[in-house]
Design a protein around this ligand. Structure first.
Ligand code: NAD
Length: 533
């Protein structure tokens, strides 16, 4: 399944190194050269003279490309170009910005399958999820096209006669988007679409391990901007590692930082941006629970938990990591779930029948291995999984067995429950009362997603109400994972309180002014203050 046929075409033979056809076909379908080091900076022109970064395929270990990242000078130049682009773009009427987004949407849609395959190749998620991620970008563009005619302010009644108050949204400036490896296309899409509709210049610093996705997307977006005579730096790109990320975050030329990543890095980024009074949007780690009541429809709940915990090999911020089962159905549920785990088709994520691909990198494998060791050391009952897939054809990739464990301790503040294990490890516990499960659900630092499985309206009311789940996404009979773009997406507590995508998320990408206008012949003060001489 993971065979790597070597390229025999003349083009590839001329190349300095041979790339598998598996990879070469995808890269060439997106006009990404396979024989050269790729420039990883776009500010209207493609450049790159910083460190060389390798894109490594998580499935085969093959080096897919070498990318020239941003040098410190190139980063500063990109920031200047972003500022210039913003000054231009803020004067373009919002509906016209919407029209450009409509064209971006079309260009992305035309390349949806190729781009989805690239996500699968470089990140490691299965192809249907890779394509779904691109579809999410397409969807948010549709949303932003409409939004571009609806980014309305407010008219507020004034207490002073002959006065009116307007709340006015204006473009904000330069928005930097720092993104994580697990959604190498969609997270940028959510941000770019809203930021562009709002009239900003957006500068993307993607994950260092998914540079090809960011180059491919930027090429598509840049093509549309160019056709419309819009400066390329409206949607700039600076690839690089921690140094580039730090420099972007510290820069006073960046008005807003939208950061998606781990809680540990988010804490640093949040403090840095706050210390210079920049705007910050944080989308950090999740540690999501499903709670299953005795009246749940298990024919729906079990497959949903299966997808929630195994989908994207457990590398979604919304993956189901904790499973709280009512005592009455616990054994039956676990038996059914284990049966599904036993049927998982592991392999090359590009093959359509595969449901479980590799972890993205060796860091992920170490996270998995450490978690399993901790479970074993603390005498957890490991029901299934617990090892790597190390035999051929999995030996070159980062394949691990999806794991279900029943930890000895049910204390949700115990490390195994309270930290996000970014791998397919699901921990289960048994409860007797819904209140107990809600308490466990809420006892962890993170607050991204949660779901309750029940047919009882009373349980549902409790779950979504003031004494219910404290996460940003609170589902009923829907898994923790797989949100749509229409609702604001994000989490509470150590997930960072950020909201992206739908709802009121756009309001963060503008600067708001309260404008009081006096059209009378008097100048009264508010609250009846008398300052007459
Ligand atoms: P990460 O925190 O390691 O990296 C995220 C980004 O931060 C990368 O672009 C990285 O280069 C950059 N970075 C690293 N150090 C930096 C520094 N000191 N200053 C500035 N930037 C720096 O995260 P990851 O491993 O790529 O992604 C996985 C994490 O992301 C998980 O915790 C997952 O839950 C989270 N995530 C959250 C959401 C959400 O919407 N809540 C979505 C996707 C992923």
């Amino acid at each position: 399944m993971l065979a790597r046929r070597t390229v025999t075409s003349v083009r590839a033979l001329r190349a300095t190194r041979l790339l598998s056809t598996r990879a070469a076909d995808i890269l060439s379908s997106l006009d990404i050269p396979t024989s050269v080091e790729l420039p990883g900076v776009y500010d209207g022109n493609w450049v790159g003279n910083g460190d060389i970064m390798e894109s490594v395929c998580p499935t085969t270990g093959e080096v897919l490309a070498r990318v020239k990242t941003a040098s410190p000078e190139e980063l500063q130049h990109a920031l200047i170009k972003s500022r210039e682009a913003y000054r231009f773009f803020r004067t373009v009427p919002a509906p016209r910005r919407g029209e450009i987004l409509r064209q971006i949407r079309q260009a992305l849609s035309d390349k949806r399958d190729a781009l989805g395959a690239l996500v699968s190749l470089e990140m490691g998620k299965i192809r249907t999820e890779g394509v779904g991620e691109v579809q999410e970008f397409v969807d948010i563009c549709d949303y932003a096209v409409g939004l571009s005619r609806m980014m309305n302010g407010n008219v507020v009644s004034s207490e002073r006669p002959g006065h009116t108050i307007l709340e006015v949204p204006n473009p904000l400036g330069v928005v930097a988007v720092l993104s994580a490896f697990n959604f190498p296309v969609a997270v940028y899409g959510w941000n770019l679409a809203l930021s562009m509709a709002a009239g900003n210049a957006t500068l993307w610093k993607p994950s260092p391990s998914t540079p090809l996705c960011s180059i491919a997307v930027t090429k598509i977006v840049a093509g549309v901007l160019e056709k419309n005579g819009i400066p390329g730096a409206v949607a700039g790109l600076v690839t690089g590692g921690k140094d580039v990320g730090e420099a972007v975050v510290e820069s006073r030329d960046v008005d807003m930082v939208s950061f998606t990543g781990s809680e540990a890095i988010g804490r640093i980024v949040g403090k840095t941006v706050q210390s210079r009074f920049g705007k910050i949007l944080l989308e950090l780690g999740g540690n999501n629970a499903s709670v299953v009541m005795p009246d749940a429809d298990l024919s729906v709940a079990v497959p949903s938990v299966f997808f929630g915990s195994i989908g994207t090999a457990g590398q979604r911020c919304t993956s189901t990591r904790r499973l709280y089962l009512h005592r009455k159905i616990a054994s039956e549920f676990l038996e059914l779930l284990q049966k599904m785990y036993g049927s998982i088709r592991v392999g090359d994520p590009l093959v359509s029948s595969t449901l479980l691909g590799p972890l993205h990198n060796t860091t992920g494998v170490n996270i998995f291995t450490d978690a399993v060791k901790h479970l074993r050391d603390s005498e957890a009952n490991i029901l299934t999984g617990g090892s790597r897939y190390s035999e051929t054809p999995f030996d070159k990739g980062n394949f691990v067995q999806p794991t279900i464990a029943i930890p000895k301790s049910v204390d949700p503040t115990d490390k195994i429950w309270s930290t996000e294990t970014f791998a397919p490890v699901l921990c289960a516990a048994v409860f007797d009362e819904l209140e107990e499960a809600i308490e466990w659900n809420n006892a962890v630092p993170q607050g991204l997603s949660s779901s309750l499985w029940t047919r009882d309206l009373r349980n549902m009311g409790k779950w979504i109400g003031p004494s219910g789940s404290d996460t940003g996404i609170v589902n009923v009979n829907v898994g923790t994972s797989g949100a749509e773009i229409g609702a604001a997406f994000g989490g509470n507590k150590s997930t960072g309180w950020g909201r992206e995508s739908g709802g009121d998320a756009w309001k963060q990408y503008v600067r708001w002014s309260a404008c009081t206008i006096n059209f009378s012949d008097e100048a009264p003060l508010a609250q009846g203050v008398d300052f007459s001489v």
